[in-house]
Design a protein around this ligand. Structure first.
Ligand SMILES: [Cu+2]
Length: 485
């Protein structure tokens, strides 16, 4: 395939398109590689105006937050030029795509850095279709001006070959906090996931607490300012809707480590896709929960006229910006918020009823333990007693192409972990004690003292990174690498 612009520019030197010979394909490829990039991303520090009296300095893509919405075509080779106008090496990770390690954007897998004051041209065939995103993948450690604490987040939409049309328009929402700072102890919502804590895991956690040399909790990260699409509640343009309209929201939690919720008073969300993948059973739910880096695509039928706050359930966070106004045509007045009834988030509701996943070829089990303040005041994370070494970046497990792997995670900590696998999707098998099938994701929240299981097929050779998507957890041990045999 070749797009019209490239054809116009290079038509004179190109052999006949469609001749199908490998020489023709190579020439076409070369022409495309020399052509102007399809997209240019420029990483630089700039100012984001969250509100007139809240202008923050952060690192962004193309001088804007969120980064530009990149629309790709599934399988159509795309060239992206990435310029790094900062003084430190950068990486752009194409989250949720099945692409080679060379371009995936993780140093642990061997992706080259974009040098400071330098650039890198990358090319890949975007896949699979659906709602993905891009973000920096550098280690932040104790530097809150690095990594996903900055504004380096942007949405990606990979157009499928056939788009389902049961909605009138699309709205992309990127949820993001700014002005991070360290504190001891957090106030993150904990009890919204379905399932019960497991006694044995609590005991392991307690033992680790008792054995910790430091008798204090490690640092957590809190935030002063909150935004949707880079604007604090009340400061951006409202989402203007008409009665009867069906709006497809593509919601991205672009946080460095927070879990977010979203509700629109008087309305329900019909969840049609998770992490960009259609769910087997679309369902109406009163509110959404998204772990760090999770995406939900949900249709809202606008059938409750008024001026509303669509916002986070946490009053503090919403009052400091985590919301956006939804305004019906002709409606007037101050935006209204109403706290929804509590609702347990259960991934298995969206699964295929009565179905079971294929049997795995191999099962791997991991127990996750938190070691309080073990690393200069930061919590250290171990999986089966091992913390990932950023120095050696050695792969821990060998996998074989074509095999189906079941990963079972046992969380002996009270934190919720958004578990993420690079360059592959996985199928949820068991969450919160409930078996399921058919829900395909790339991030899943694992509840405190709970277990979850998912399967993936080793179908994209090369180093493959697994980690918790909380920047603070991944930077302090919660990571490992698969290598293909
Ligand atoms: Cu974590």
């Amino acid at each position: 395939m070749i797009d019209r612009r490239t054809l116009l520019a290079y038509g004179a030197v190109l052999p006949l398109v469609g001749s199908g010979s490998s020489a023709a394909r190579a020439a076409e490829q070369a022409a495309r590689d020399q052509a102007k990039a399809d997209y240019t991303l420029r990483i630089a520090t700039g100012l984001a105006e969250l509100a007139p009296d809240h202008i923050v300095s952060t690192t962004m893509y193309n001088g804007q937050f969120p980064g530009p919405l990149l629309r790709f075509k599934e399988g159509q080779r795309t060239v992206v030029d990435v310029y790094n106008d900062t003084d430190t090496p950068e990486l752009v990770h194409w989250h949720g795509q099945m692409i080679p390690t060379e371009v995936d954007g993780a140093a642990e897998e061997g992706t080259p850095y974009i040098p400071p004051r330098g650039m890198r041209r990358i090319a890949f065939a975007p896949k699979p279709a659906g709602f993905r995103f891009y973000h920096t993948h550098v280690v932040a450690g104790d530097d809150l001006n690095r990594g996903t604490y900055t504004g380096q987040v942007g949405p990606v939409y990979i157009e499928p070959k056939n788009e389902p049309g049961a909605y009138d328009r699309e709205v992309f929402l990127v949820l993001k906090e700014f002005e991070p700072s360290f504190s001891r102890g957090g106030d993150m919502a904990m009890n919204f996931l379905s399932g019960e804590p497991i006694k044995e895991l609590q005991d392991i956690g307690k033992k680790a607490d008792d054995e910790a040399k430091e008798k204090t909790k490690g640092y957590e990260v809190g935030y002063d300012l909150f935004s949707i699409n880079g604007k604090m509640l009340g400061h951006g343009e409202p989402i203007r809707v008409k009665q009867g309209e069906r709006v497809l929201f593509h919601v991205l939690n672009g946080s460095a480590g927070e879990i977010r919720s979203l509700a629109l008073p008087g309305h329900t969300f019909k969840v049609v896709a998770m992490d960009g993948n259609p769910v087997p059973t679309p369902r109406d739910v009163p509110l959404l929960w998204l772990g760090t880096a999770e995406r939900i695509s949900a249709i809202v039928e606008m059938n409750h006229p008024g001026v509303w706050v669509m916002g986070d359930l946490a009053d503090d966070d919403r009052n400091r910006g985590m919301g956006i106004v939804v305004e019906y045509a002709g409606a007037k007045g101050k935006p209204q918020w109403a706290k929804p009834k509590s609702y347990k988030w259960d991934y298995t509701l969206f699964g295929k009823p009565g179905a079971a996943p294929a049997n795995p070829d191999e099962t791997m089990e991991f127990t996750i333990v938190k070691h309080n303040a073990a690393l200069n005041g930061f919590n250290q994370w171990t999986l089966n007693d091992k913390a990932f070494s950023m120095k050696t970046m050695k792969p821990t497990y060998t996998i074989h192409q074509g095999r189906r792997y079941r990963l079972k995670f046992r969380n002996a900590s009270d934190d919720i972990h958004p578990l993420h696998l690079h360059r592959h999707s996985f199928e949820l098998v068991k969450v919160g004690g409930k078996p399921t099938a058919g829900v395909i994701k790339d991030v899943v929240m694992l509840g405190g003292f709970q277990e979850c299981e998912f399967d993936f097929v080793a179908d994209n050779p090369g180093m493959t990174l697994f980690h918790c998507h909380q920047q603070l957890h991944m930077d302090f041990g919660f990571m490992f690498l698969f290598d293909y045999a």
